[in-house]
Design a protein around this ligand. Structure first.
Ligand code: NAP
Length: 501
């Protein structure tokens, strides 16, 4: 059952002002609006919790993460029903996402138990070294203190209240203050209840987790500016992310803002692959582009192909497949309206041809397909800006040198894809060094939607894909965002942290 309130260090706190969720179906629910005072209370409690939680053992934190996973699983159908009501996402997707969420928590539990993430290094003392002796030096990664997390609209479970950012921070030993996403306050409420139960079962300081619901932009601004917050994990729009990033940078003590923002995820279809299986790639692209109404940060929005008959067959197959996709409900009216503004922008760009057009109502989206030439693309920088939704653009090039020119013109991306046959190896080798500088993940002969949560995953990339190209927000490496190296010089073993002895 919903609480409709904020969770501040173990207390469920309401307030005089309320907002409602925006259900895709069924009755709206009411939630308390967040306040700056609650942000302050949550951050003070998080700092208090750090003095015990930040020094807890890895086994204690692993048990806590597994307990959260167990409690989320126990929410079962209730959470699926609420997720589907608030976001319009299908039940099967939400069930899968619950599995990904609990899987992530369990993965982090295993990861910290192994201990490799501490990156422990030892320089033995050399007392007889001339001209100067070397002291005993040891290094390991330590948690940074309380962190703020902004839930993502498009993953109400796997990238929200107990999603990847929260799991990574808690695994590292950092208390978390969540700013709930206003697109799914009901799911956030239920998940916060699961975390609350896990805190009580494990006997952890309640300040280790707080959640302030939205309904008020001042909450997000206050949390990133709070002096006790040490870093921010964010997934959302370029505009919102940039505004919050700038606030972090302008603080008297600037802090890292790990923002996962927009990406158009280009696909380069090389000549051999286009000739041998262009139509199949076109069909596969249509499926990837429309999955989840195109509301994936890894949605492959742009396909680069060499002009000619093969390109026409690719476009025809993609158009046919896209034309069969029915209207899909979008996460919020705001996201749907941003989708239509993006479409208007592209429709209004000179040199762009509309290949597949459609119509739909306020909160649903149907696919759009546009085409342009490399010359027009290179003249219109804004064609490289993300439209969040099922909208694709084909860019035709005269040859692979021109495809590489497109690659060189790209902004930072989460992913870049190459479709290639063996005969395309020379062109692929020439493209690789260019796209390697542009994206966090490179893939061949596949589609970038579907991000594996694993040790090798990189979900990040140069700006504007993310605000910090040295980091990933998915996979075990994402824990690094919430750690910092500390060197211990000549510290007696009786005083050293247990992990370094
Ligand atoms: P959004 O509007 O930026 O909102 C994200 C969060 O930031 C929400 O909690 C929002 O508060 C808050 N926020 C936004 N602007 C703010 C400001 N100026 N001051 C304070 N708080 C602010 O993004 P969205 O509409 O939820 O998500 C869609 C976007 O996310 C798309 O553009 C997509 O590209 C991006 N995305 C990226 C990834 C990735 O991994 N790179 C993944 C998914 C989505 P409210 O709750 O009050 O709105």
């Amino acid at each position: 059952m919903l609480k409709g309130t904020h969770l501040i260090a173990g207390e469920w706190i309401g307030g005089p002002n309320t907002f409602t969720n925006e259900p895709a179906s069924g009755e709206a629910d009411e939630f308390a609006v967040g306040t700056v005072e609650l942000v302050d209370q949550a951050c003070i409690a998080a700092e208090e919790a750090f003095w015990s939680y930040g020094y807890s053992t890895r086994a204690e934190r692993a048990a806590f993460l597994r307990e959260i996973a167990k409690e989320i699983d126990a929410l079962g159908d209730e959470i699926t029903a609420m997720g589907s009501k608030e976001t319009g996402l299908p039940e099967a997707r939400l069930v899968g996402e619950r599995g990904r969420t609990t899987g992530q928590l369990n993965l982090f539990a295993d990861h910290i138990e192994k201990g490799d993430y501490l990156d422990r290094r030892f320089d033995e003392a050399l007392p007889d070294r001339a001209p100067l002796p070397r002291p005993d030096l040891r290094m390991m990664q330590r948690p940074i203190g309380p962190v703020a997390v902004f839930g993502a609209s498009n993953f109400p479970l796997a990238f929200s209240t107990a999603g990847g950012d929260t799991a990574a921070a808690l695994a590292a030993g950092c208390p978390v203050v969540v700013k709930g996403h206003s697109a799914h306050p009901g799911v956030s409420d239920l998940v916060a209840q699961a975390i609350d139960k896990a805190i009580k079962t494990c006997g952890i300081h309640p300040g280790v987790f707080s959640q302030i619901q939205g309904g008020n932009r001042a909450v997000g601004q206050a949390v990133v500016q709070h002096p006790l917050i040490n870093a921010v994990g964010f997934t959302g729009s370029l505009g919102g992310g940039r505004a919050l990033f700038d606030l972090c940078a302008a603080r008297p003590n600037p802090i890292p803002f790990f923002g996962e923002l927009g990406s158009v995820n280009p696909m380069f279809i090389l000549d051999g692959a286009l000739a041998s299986r262009g139509a199949d790639i076109g069909k596969g692209w249509a499926a990837s582009l429309t999955m989840g109404a195109g509301q994936f940060c890894t949605n492959p929005g742009i396909a680069i192909v060499k002009e000619g008959k093969e390109a026409e067959a690719f476009v025809a197959a993609a158009t046919e497949a896209l034309g069969e996709v029915p209207a899909q409900t979008m996460l919020t009216e705001g996201i749907a309206s941003a989708y239509y503004s993006g479409r208007d922008r592209i429709q209004g760009t000179a040199g762009v041809q509309e290949v597949l057009t459609s119509t739909c109502d306020l909160r649903s989206a149907t696919p759009y397909l546009f085409a342009t030439t490399a010359e027009e693309w290179l003249k219109n920088e804004e064609l490289g800006e993300e439209v969040f939704g099922p909208l694709g653009m084909v860019v035709t090039v005269k040859d692979q040198e021109q495809a590489r020119e497109i690659a060189r013109s790209l902004q930072g991306q989460l992913t870049c894809t190459i479709h290639m046959d063996d005969a395309d190896a020379d062109d692929a080798r020439a493209l690789m060094p260019i796209i390697e500088r542009k994206a966090g993940r490179l893939l061949a002969n596949g589609f970038p939607t579907g991000v594996e949560v694993s040790d090798t995953m990189v979900h990040g990339g140069p700006y504007p894909a993310s605000t910090n190209f040295g980091a990933t927000s998915v996979g075990t490496l994402s824990i690094r965002r919430f750690l910092r190296p500390v060197c211990y010089q000549a510290i007696p073993t009786s005083v050293l942290p247990d992990d370094l002895v």
